[in-house]
Design a protein around this ligand. Sequence first.
Ligand SMILES: NC(=O)c1ccc[n+]([C@@H]2O[C@H](COP(=O)([O-])OP(=O)(O)OC[C@H]3O[C@@H](n4cnc5c(N)ncnc54)[C@H](O)[C@@H]3O)[C@@H](O)[C@H]2O)c1
Length: 323
Amino acid sequence: MKIEDKRVLVTGVAGFIGSNLTDKLLNLGATVIGIDNLFNGRLENLAEALNNKNFQFHKGDIRDFNFLLDIFKDIDIIFHEAAFTSVPQSVKMPESCNDVNINGTLNLLNAARKRDVEKIIFASSSAVYGDTPTLPKHENMPRIPISPYAVTKLTCESYMEVFHQVYGLNTTSLRYFNVFGPRQQDSPYSGVIAIWLGRIIKNKSLIIFGDGNNSRDFTYIKDVIQVNILAAENKSSGAILNIGAGSPITLLDLAKLMLKLTNKEELGIIFDPPRPGDIIHSYADISKVKEILKFQPKYTQEQGLRDYLEWYCKKYEVNLKIK
Ligand SMILES: NC(=O)c1ccc[n+]([C@@H]2O[C@H](COP(=O)([O-])OP(=O)(O)OC[C@H]3O[C@@H](n4cnc5c(N)ncnc54)[C@H](O)[C@@H]3O)[C@@H](O)[C@H]2O)c1
């Protein structure tokens, strides 16, 4: 099944991943129906899509079942990106996180079942592994969530599996490991790369929570989009797959790399106390997704950072000399 002939629904379409995915799907010739309640997303992210005749935007909430049923007309594939996405916020407001992520996802699955959707691809998270010491993280190891956000992602994966087994819905869960790239927001709750870039532009030091030896498998957005399309075009069903670059970097090395690439080494780094719910090490074993979807990441962290920095400087007319 080729994506260009499909009518696809993207939830969370005005967000970081949803909007980038939408632009790619439209470029490939798919028809895209996008929904977002604009809780965190921005219409500005859809500037290109809104000029495309194959795109429709509907403002609405995935917790509203009747809204979903109205939208679901001849949808072939769903990319489910909408979520309450912040780990620290989920610690402060577990009930809101639960409501959006679990009740919203269950609504979507029920609407998909009623309307005979071919496939749903769910944006899960490496957060489901918690802080278990085993590295790299592989799909069958114990999952021990340490935040309300992670609990909701793990529950939704189970719902994906159950809807596959019980109702025959074709589902795939992609466990993203720290995605970064264009349109990621520089807010207190967004990814560290976007936050640090915001600080570099304001000529402020980079802040690390903890000693900087925490490691992450930062994954470039273009690879995340590539794998979503591979998942949509693949016949396998019920799979849960790690999505990462497959190579860890410590936060300290990442901070140094960003300062070096932007020629701002003089700004330096500040170390603050660790935050509750933060995971110490996270690094993906991506052999399963390589085998099942023939996925091969195209961006190392340094290549992804360069691509992102170049996009950012052009878009916001920022004068950084990228090394
Ligand atoms: N960015 C990452 O590093 C990362 C890592 C792991 C998993 N994920 C998952 O990937 C998905 C996309 O993340 P993102 O980084 O693009 O986040 P984002 O916050 O930029 O996008 C999420 C979008 O969902 C929308 N939304 C929130 N609640 C909604 C609701 N009730 N109804 C409709 N829309 C709603 C928001 O307005 C926003 O536009 C999320 O499910 C997230 O949990 C992201």
